[in-house]
Design a protein around this ligand. Structure first.
Ligand SMILES: C[S@@+](CC[C@H](N)C(=O)[O-])C[C@H]1O[C@@H](n2cnc3c(N)ncnc32)[C@H](O)[C@@H]1O
Length: 209
């Protein structure tokens, strides 16, 4: 697993298979907070789906300053979850991250604020079918890019995720590609620009109205 320092001082990984970094190199932890957690707004007690959990930055950033979150993380690579054990973390997230460092051991950890993260290990395209309907308030949608993993960004997957979100629930993702937004809209999402972080184009927020 090759780790790379990003411009905010936090580390990301590089996938040889996808040929992509796991986060923007402008700042991995900044991306977790700005494109996902702060862009969606998190409230205590929410149910969150972390679609492509990786190093868990999005989920753990959500747990910082919140209580009673119920988070399901989908991830197919145990090695990246194991990398959480020793990765160096910026002070802003370190205390919270330490609570979840050993999550690779049994894939289910609850912190002192009763925030629970459960990982479903396996192909997210299949694991999504194991989840009940209409339970999620927020979704962090974070696969590799549509160019590298077009199957993850299909209308069919967005439909499955949409069906598992409550009315008023929101999804965040870094891509603003036209075809991706079209797929989101065609299953019923309202689509808006997310923040512009680390590049010229905006992220995307999708809302189930
Ligand atoms: C862009 S990275 C996500 C970064 C992550 N959100 C984080 O904060 O570290 C994409 C992740 O999707 C995972 N992944 C790729 N294909 C998958 C699949 N079919 N099912 C589940 N996870 C997958 C990769 O192992 C990788 O951890």
């Amino acid at each position: 697993m090759k780790l790379v320092k990003t411009k905010d001082g936090s580390y990301t990984a590089f996938s040889e298979i996808a040929g992509e970094h796991y986060h923007t190199i402008s700042g991995a932890i900044e991306e977790a907070f700005e494109k996902h957690v702060n862009a969606l707004g998190i409230e205590n007690g929410m149910h969150i789906l972390d679609f492509c959990f990786g190093l868990g930055y999005n989920s753990i950033a959500a747990c910082k300053d919140h209580d009673n979150l119920q988070i399901i993380g989908l991830e197919n690579d145990l090695k990246i979850i194991e990398a959480m054990k020793d990765i160096e973390i910026l002070d802003i997230l370190k205390i919270k991250f330490d609570a979840f460092r050993d999550i690779a051991e049994n894939l289910d950890v609850t912190d002192n604020n009763n925030n629970r993260i459960q990982i479903l290990l396996g192909d997210a395209l299949q694991k999504i079918d194991e989840l009940s309907n209409e339970i999620f308030d927020r979704v962090f949608f974070d696969p590799f890019s549509p160019k590298k993993q077009p199957e993850m960004w299909s209308e069919e997957i967005f439909q499955k995720i949409y069906n598992k979100m409550k009315i008023g629930a929101k999804l965040s993702t870094y891509s603003c590609a036209k075809q991706i937004r079209k797929n989101m809209i065609s299953v019923g999402f309202k689509v808006m620009d997310g923040p512009v972080i680390g590049r010229k184009s905006p992220a995307t927020i999708a809302v189930k109205e």
